[in-house]
Each structure stands twice: as structure tokens, then as C-alpha cells.
Design a binder for this molecule. Structure first.
Ligand SMILES: CC(C)(COP(=O)(O)OP(=O)(O)OC[C@H]1O[C@@H](n2cnc3c(N)ncnc32)[C@H](O)[C@@H]1OP(=O)(O)O)[C@@H](O)C(=O)NCCC(=O)NCCS
Length: 238
């Protein structure tokens, strides 16, 4: 069911919770959706971000990853997410969908036939902030950009439960996010993304979604006490 408020277009509504959802476009992934984050997600995030197939590739999380880490993170993202949903609700009488600075959905979930759903991961689009992501733009940091004015560069963060790796889910989720929300609803024209060096799966996901390789920077970032290299990829619309 399409969301009745056109400020959420083209999102649907999840009947069981009333949340806006973005359904993956790819064949075979009709039961995978993005929803807003939920405060009760913490217990499901922990085993994923603590898994050895995931945590080595995420620079921003502690290891071991504990319940309080997930609760702290949700405490940072859920209130702004709720505020953004309320903002879109309040705009419902405006004639046309407005251009916004965020996506109201990011938590990847699998919908089950009994109406329940399972947390599978996270996919977020955010303002680029690393110096190598802004390199060449003439800026070293970004405020919320004025559309079409430099630098207006966005970046992507993601992870998926290992139980679901290798099924094309993240490539589909990212492609859907770009086509259905980032381009039409955020006016995104340029993205620069970072993966830790040798993260072949992540590089491949970005390449499948139309990103091209820009460069590798050795010893770019400190991750849990160790210097790590990064790969940088870029995407330009049109
Ligand atoms: C990166 C990640 C999100 C990819 O999710 P996914 O749903 O498994 O990705 P997809 O199935 O859409 O695509 C993965 C691609 O990488 C390829 N791949 C996976 N491991 C690979 C490896 N070791 N070497 C080369 N290619 C690899 C797959 O074959 C596939 O490409 P293909 O479709 O051409 O065969 C997932 O692996 C993950 O959560 N990793 C840990 C966290 C992480 O790295 N996050 C990204 C931070 S930048």
C-alpha cells in the first residue's frame, strides 16, 4: 500500500506498524524492505556487528560490540529519525513533495508471512565528511548543502547480516535507495564512498551500483588502534 502522505512518495506503508517502507526493486527481494530504525533493534544489531564477517570492515564500531553500544547508537539515531518522520507528516498539505536532506528509512528488514519482520542490517545515506571524500571540492567540511551548490557530496554506510550475504541484497537495496529516494527526493548528484582496504564485497556492491574506483589511500584511518588503508569510489548522476 502506497503511503497516503505524498511527502513520503514513493514509500509504502507497513500495515503491521504503520511505518513508511522502501521495498527492494530486484527480483526475489520483494520481502526485503527498508524501514525507520526502532529503539528495540539493539538486541538484533549486536550479533551482526559482533560477527567476524562484519566487524573487521566497519571502522566506527567498538569490538567486542555490546548491547550498550547498540543502545547508545540507537539513542543517537532514533530521535532524529522520529523528528524527520514528524517533519514529513507536517508537510502533508504542501502541494508537491519537497526536496529533503535525509532518507526516512535505513533499517534493512525481511518481512515474514506471519506479519513479523527480522532486522538484517543498515543502509544510510549521509553527508560525506572524510577529507578524501571532499578532496577536489575545495571544501574540508560540509554543512547541510544548498542543492546544486558545491560541494553537496553524499556518502553511504552499510552492513548486512552474514546469514544473508551474497544474495544481491545490498546491491539491490543501494540501487533502490539511489533511484527511488536519493535522486528524486534528495536531489543527490554526487556521492563519494569509502571502504576499508581489501573489502572486495563492498567495493563490488558499489561498482554494481554504478560507482567507479577513484583511488586507494594507504594508512588513511585508525581503526581500533590500527592504521588501515581505504578504497575511495565515486558516483555522479547524469
Ligand atoms: C559488503 C556487504 C554489505 C555486501 O552485502 P551483500 O548483500 O552480500 O552484497 P551483494 O550480494 O549485493 O554483492 C556482493 C558482491 O561482492 C562479491 N564478493 C563477495 N565477497 C567477495 C570477495 N571476497 N572477493 C570478490 N568479490 C566478492 C559477490 O560475489 C558479489 O558480486 P557479484 O554479484 O558480482 O557476484 C556485506 O558483505 C557486509 O555486510 N559486509 C560486512 C560489512 C561491510 O563491509 N560493510 C560495508 C562497509 S564500506
Amino acid at each position: 500500500m502506497l503511503h497516503p502522505n505524498h511527502q513520503f512518495h514513493p514509500l509504502e506503508v507497513l500495515p503491521t506498524t504503520g511505518e513508511p517502507i522502501l521495498r527492494l526493486k530486484g527480483k526475489g527481494h520483494e520481502n526485503i524492505v527498508l524501514t525507520p530504525p526502532r529503539a528495540r533493534d539493539a538486541q538484533y544489531i549486536v550479533p551482526i556487528l559482533d560477527d567476524e564477517r562484519v566487524h573487521p570492515w566497519i571502522s566506527s564500531v567498538p569490538h567486542p560490540y555490546k548491547l550498550e553500544d547498540a543502545e547508545w547508537w540507537l539513542g543517537r539515531v532514533v530521535p532524529p529519525s522520529n523528528a524527520f518522520l514528524a517533519e514529513l507528516e507536517a508537510l502533508k498539505d504542501k502541494t508537491n513533495p519537497v526536496i529533503v536532506d535525509a532518507c526516512p528509512v535505513r533499517a534493512i528488514r525481511e518481512l515474514r508471512e506471519d506479519g513479523s519482520d527480522v532486522f538484517l542490517g543498515d543502509l544510510v545515506i549521509d553527508l560525506a565528511g572524510q577529507w578524501w571524500e571532499l578532496e577536489g571540492s575545495g571544501f574540508t567540511e560540509q554543512e547541510v548543502p544548498i542543492r546544486g551548490e558545491e560541494p553537496d557530496i553524499w556518502t553511504i554506510g552499510d552492513y548486512l547480516a552474514p546469514s544473508h550475504h551474497g544474495r544481491g541484497i545490498m546491491s539491490d537495496a543501494l540501487q533502490t535507495l539511489i533511484q527511488e529516494w536519493a535522486i528524486p527526493r534528495m536531489g543527490v548528484r554526487k556521492m563519494v564512498v569509502t571502504t576499508l582496504k581489501d573489502n572486495k564485497a563492498s567495493v563490488r556492491v558499489f561498482e554494481k551500483c554504478g560507482f567507479s574506483f577513484r583511488k586507494t589511500i594507504e594508512d588513511a584511518i585508525e581503526v581500533r588502534g590500527e592504521r588501515r588503508g581505504v578504497h575511495v569510489l565515486e558516483w555522479n548522476h547524469g
